[in-house]
Design a protein around this ligand. Structure first.
Ligand code: TRP
Length: 454
């Protein structure tokens, strides 16, 4: 039997929790931007193919491992392959969750700070670069702002800990049922505002016009890497959420919902961002610059911009929070299952340690400004280790484990019991044993060549 482990009390709870994990910063700025520079609609087609042949099978794989073992990542590998070193793959996942959350929380803290910046009002004559610099702690003449980014990081970690300490049903499920609908509504309001602006069509053209001349080998690599990152794969977050699934849930369908919601929200986010950026005559930049410098400048010019700016940063913070809780849940579930800790103790203590580990990336813009690893600041260094190394390695080993040790055929049978409307066919074994590992190896090597070879 399933014992006294907590379980999602209904299917929607699980779908929203897993979609909440998946929908994050990766959807709101990374996907639209990567699409824009990779040939628009041409990229979307390639991306959809990678989501179907790589993202979906991996999603099903992690859900099945969790549901089968009813354990955290370390316990899951131990249960499937006792007395073997495979548990180290789970341990890598727990460690990766720890690292990602430490800097994810720093960036989420900037987003929280911007909710209040937006409420105070964005005006056209403001210097948005300086505002961004003071928010993250760079010295712009009056001495570095060390404390406030740390306080926002602390507040964000406290929110994350509060939800996780409350439990799977009373914490995670309860909050995703409140936050995910709000996220969708905010996104739709922002889309309607953006696409009805005069001049919005230039942004739509940048975002969507299929330009096959921009499609190169790099485009395929970007699509694979993005599908992995955006679905929270490779470190056991989906596995851990899957471990709270009860016997009667269908894996193929739930996986379809999560992948569909994540992809839909990513595509919709582009409709909220580019029409507004182009309508106001700005240039879309990449990464944090687009989110924290260009968009505030857009809101400053936009009719009702204070309101829409507030909604946008609220949306971004909610997206980050529902991802952050899945990261802390991995670490917490490990201590609860493997070490017998009380849930609240595990959540609070790990929250404190993760906050402390997140201090160096926060200080990377002032006290630790001299730090450089291959030209990256502290936060980018943490991010590089997590995304270029730990996630692909974790995903690769998980695919190999399920394909060859558990055996793809058995995983397939397990995923089809009980059967849902999406049946996991024999294609699953082909993808998980050959295509997924090959794709990850190519992305891993290309990423390393990119960093060290260039
Ligand atoms: N999926 C998240 C996003 O799109 C980021 C992310 C990557 C993540 N791996 C994760 C979140 C693991 C939670 C768990 O922003």
């Amino acid at each position: 039997m399933l014992g006294d482990r907590e379980h999602w009390t209904n299917r929607l709870g699980f779908i929203l929790a897993a979609a909440g994990s998946a929908v994050g910063l990766g959807n709101i700025w990374r996907f639209p931007y990567v699409t824009g520079v990779n040939g628009g609609a041409a990229f979307i087609v390639i991306y959809l193919i990678t989501i179907i042949i790589i993202g979906y099978p991996m999603m099903v794989t992690e859900m099945a491992l969790g549901k089968k073992t009813q354990k955290n990542p370390v316990g899951a590998f131990k249960a499937m392959a006792p007395n073997s070193p495979w548990w180290l793959v789970g341990a890598l996942g727990v460690f990766t969750g720890f690292v990602i959350l430490s800097y994810y929380s720093v960036v989420a803290g900037w987003s929280l700070a911007y909710i209040f910046r937006a409420l105070a009002g964005f005006a056209p004559d403001m210097d948005f670069v300086s505002i961004f610099y003071t928010t993250i702690g760079v010295d712009i003449g009056e001495g570095p702002n060390i404390i406030s980014p740390l306080i926002w990081h602390l507040i964000f970690m406290a929110l994350t800990v509060g939800i996780i300490a409350a439990g799977v049903v009373k914490g995670i499920q309860r909050w995703v049922k409140i936050l995910m609908p709000i996220l969708l509504i905010l996104l739709l309001i922002l889309v309607v505002r953006a696409v009805t602006l005069p001049g919005a069509s230039a942004g739509l053209a940048f975002y969507l016009s299929p330009d096959f001349s921009e499609v190169t080998g790099r485009t395929f690599l970007d699509a694979i890497a993005q599908s992995f990152f955006t679905l929270s794969l490779g470190m056991g977050a989906i596995l851990t959420y899957g471990s709270y699934l009860s016997k009667e849930t269908t894996i193929g369908d739930n996986g379809g919902w999560v992948v569909g919601l994540d992809t839909g929200i990513a595509i919709i986010a582009g409709f909220a961002i580019f029409p507004a950026v182009f309508a106001l005559g700005m240039e879309p930049g990449a990464g944090p610059g687009l989110t924290f410098i260009t968009l505030p400048a857009v809101f400053a010019e936009l009719p009702g911009g204070t309101f829409f700016g507030f909604l946008f940063f609220l949306l971004l913070s909610i997206a980050a929070l529902t991802s952050a809780i899945s990261l802390l849940e991995v670490v917490t579930a490990w201590l609860v299952d493997e070490k017998g800790w009380a849930r609240s103790r595990a959540a609070i203590l790990m929250g404190v340690i993760i906050f402390l580990v997140g201090i160096p990336p926060s200080l990377g813009y002032n006290v630790l400004g001299g730090f450089s690893f291959l030209g990256m600041d502290v936060l980018d260094t943490y991010d590089w280790f997590a995304n270029a190394l730990f996630l692909p390695i974790g995903g690769l080993l998980t695919a190999i484990f399920v394909g060859y040790v558990w055996q793809a055929k058995k995983a397939q049978e397990f995923a089809n019991d009980p059967p849902g409307s999406i049946r996991i066919g024999d294609w699953y074994g082909f993808l998980i044993k050959y295509i997924v590992p090959l794709a990850i190896i190519v992305v891993l090597i290309a990423g390393l060549i990119d960093t060290f070879g260039g």
